[in-house]
Design a protein around this ligand. Sequence first.
Ligand SMILES: C[S@@+](CC[C@H](N)C(=O)[O-])C[C@H]1O[C@@H](n2cnc3c(N)ncnc32)[C@H](O)[C@@H]1O
Length: 255
Amino acid sequence: MSAHDLTHDLPTCSWGQEPCCRTPNAMNEWIDYYDSTHTIYVSSLHRDLHFEAIARDIIRYITSPDAVVLDYACGEALSAAKVADACAKLYLAEPAPRVRGRLNARFAPNTKIRVRSLDDLKKMDENSVDLVVMNGVAQYMTPAELDSAFEVIHRLLKPAGRFVLGDILPPGVGMIRDVLALLRFAATDGFLRDALIGLISTALSDYRQLRKRIGLQRCSQDEMIAKLGAAGFSAMRAPRNIGHNPWRMTFVAHH
Ligand SMILES: C[S@@+](CC[C@H](N)C(=O)[O-])C[C@H]1O[C@@H](n2cnc3c(N)ncnc32)[C@H](O)[C@@H]1O
């Protein structure tokens, strides 16, 4: 959980309803935001611990050292080398071009890691990936974007592969629980002071403005299982969410 998810949302945005405020440009706005010098993480310690936690959780889903893994919209993926150690090949796909440039520079020496754009994924071989993880991404997508991502992932996933969709916001979970999740994470991991300062700066940030204007997508457990079903996946909710926000949901899907 990052400070970016702490502030108030427009109430009616949901994949289950007609989107109230999402336009095709919304995709670019969020990607542009993530490509900018943003203040999503309250400190470098928070950022590092976030990516360590995500890597640990991804590794739990890797069932063989021969696995081919795809992290869809991976962000900075600072702990990706640990994920790569646990599998045969790791594809880091990221739409934000500057982030992708940093990923390329950071992981160039690692022969197990390949960096891709989301468009590149359409050119990859069918049935070539054992595990796809998309964490903390779906809430930024329009319904059409999410459907087309599901289509790409379905095509790439091997018949016995798994698709892990994490950090889905349910309709009833609002700001208070997001704040609690960050404070709990911060208190346990020693960045509480930074988190408190971060909460104030997030309230004044570009992220706050963007989130207020565009909103984040939300979905109930049943709606997401149905949406994944419509894309050709059989899915169930995992017992715990990826990362540190226990009020959000992770789904595990397969063909
Ligand atoms: C909060 S970060 C999550 C990064 C990483 N997966 C993690 O768990 O830390 C959100 C990611 O979603 C990507 N993103 C934002 N809007 C998107 C969209 N409409 N389509 C695809 N990716 C998007 C951003 O570029 C960024 O990498």
